[in-house]
Write a protein that binds this ligand. Sequence first.
Ligand SMILES: Nc1ncnc2c1ncn2[C@@H]1O[C@H](COP(=O)(O)OP(=O)(O)O)[C@@H](O)[C@H]1O
Ligand SMILES: [Mg+2]
Length: 180
Amino acid sequence: METPQHPLPDPAGFPWGIETLSEQETEDLGARLGGRLEGGETVLLYGPLGAGKTCFVRGLCHSLGIDDEVVSPTFTLVNTYAGRLTVHHLDFYRIDRETSLEDIGVMEVMDEVAAGRAVLVAEWPDPLVPELVGLAPPLIWLGTPGTDPDQRLWRLRYQDDKAAALAADLGLSKLGEGPC
Ligand SMILES: Nc1ncnc2c1ncn2[C@@H]1O[C@H](COP(=O)(O)OP(=O)(O)O)[C@@H](O)[C@H]1O
Ligand SMILES: [Mg+2]
């Protein structure tokens, strides 16, 4: 369950979506995104615990040739993987008020991303959002459970000219207005 400190964005603000029906399908979605990354991207993953955010990142990493086991950085805060691109996987679920982003190396990560040498993927990304000035617009995902236990809906929001083309490439459909 997300705590009141972890509000989720309003699904109505996400124009595209796709359903996954298994962990594998969510990994495949992450892999399709990974295959299109060029370096310099920021991917923000919202969704309650168990939505499959870490599964998504696992697929993304594997598509970039990363063989390491991809596990949640909930306690380490930042996990870095070297593949075709460097992936910095961050998770701010447990960050406390006393921990500054500087202390955990986020500024160096952002410099590397800004230089196009790495991608940044963050779960529970709210503490990061005010720091993203100067980077390319983030790809923002919201994963939510469906009615079936293995069903998830992944919604995407992305302020970029190529957003519609990317969404189509990833197999996403335009979502209707109002709640889905
Ligand atoms: N469609 C699905 N996509 C992703 N995970 C799923 C799906 N259906 C069931 N699951 C299960 O949900 C859990 C997701 O865990 P995880 O990726 O760690 O979530 P999060 O990082 O969002 O907290 C896993 O146990 C996975 O097997
Ligand atoms: Mg996770």
